[in-house]
Design a protein around this ligand. Sequence first.
Ligand code: ADP
Ligand code: GN1
Ligand code: MG
Length: 372
Amino acid sequence: MDKLKLREKLQEAIDQFSFPGQLIEIEINKQGHINDTYVLSFSKDDQVQRYIFQRVNKGVFQQPEALMENIVGVTKHLRKKIEEIQGDPHRQVLQVLPTKDQTAYYIDSKGDFWRSYNFIEDSLSLDQAQSPEDLFQTGLAFGNFQRQLADYPVKNLHQSIADFHNTEKRLENFLRAMKEDPLKRRDQILDEADFILKRADFCKTFMDLERKKAVPLRVTHNDTKLNNILLDKTTRKALCIVDLDTIMPGLAMNDFGDAIRSGASKALEDEVDLDKVALDLDLYEHFTRGFLQGTGKSLEDLEIYHLRTGAKMMTLENGIRFLTDYLEGDSYFKIAYADHNLDRGRNQLKLVADMENKWQQMLEIVNRYKEK
Ligand code: ADP
Ligand code: GN1
Ligand code: MG
């Protein structure tokens, strides 16, 4: 889309927010799979100020009010915690920029849902770790995030997506898509379906624990993908956790798990050479050390025992979700080419298989950092 068209598309919504000065640039950020993310630059008195501006995916998030209430509540709580430890509240937590009407979002004439945040300057968002220290920092930040939210009332949170990490339901949806097979893609993934079905019991593990109330529901992020954390460009320390749309009551193990899935693989999530896809135990160890340092004493023994289960669960669940979307016609995740979801799905299943080979070592590493 050319610049003028893009500006036209965004103008109605931009006009509703109190941005300072003149809009001088609109850039597109393509890192996420869900929302349309733009970086707006405004100039005032020779100063340039940038903002994140998002068209939130209304197919995925159907209750803007509830979603933004979660985000406003949680970011306020985090800001207080950051101020208490003399951190930098402007760079370490997202700040929702209200509309001129003082609301946290705007619904435009087409029914699209828009919101804005402060842009965190001098930061990096990685699709793949560049050093083990990146993973230590990420682990520490996600661990701290859980600890800092441990006293936030879980009951105040709305479910922004129902059954988001209900892996049992994810499997049911996959099996239904296999049966209905609207695009006749089923035959492409018979081996993958067989791999998934062999793990049907495993898919129940966390739902069983939840039903027995054996593990607590906590305030969790639920989308702890590596590129949902910003690192400081200069110090390379973890700076700010972003993409807060899925903050909901959830399981600590899943926050650990999705970060391992996305950050501790030797390859990108859509690498097609499956020989390259494997769990990097060194990265896994660095993340684990950071995460357990961050959570401190806040996790129960059973949660710690099941951290490795979370890594396998989130990887299998994402594999199932990518393949379901492939079968259903790629309506959920953004794709860059026709078989993108198929490639992502295969990649995730290969990572699951590799985790199974390293299952014992994954537990030993967790135990090594548990006592410290
Ligand atoms: P999606 O839900 O589509 O993944 P995100 O909210 O994660 O959208 O935003 C996409 C990307 O934009 C993030 O991965 C991150 O790189 C970047 N980003 C998001 N918020 C900010 C921010 N406040 N400052 C700087 N970069 C950001
Ligand atoms: C999506 O929004 P993004 O790109 O950070 C998805 C996650 C998946 C991930 C896979 C709301 O994350 O659940 O694990 O893609 N987010 C949502 O890359 O579905
Ligand atoms: Mg994201």
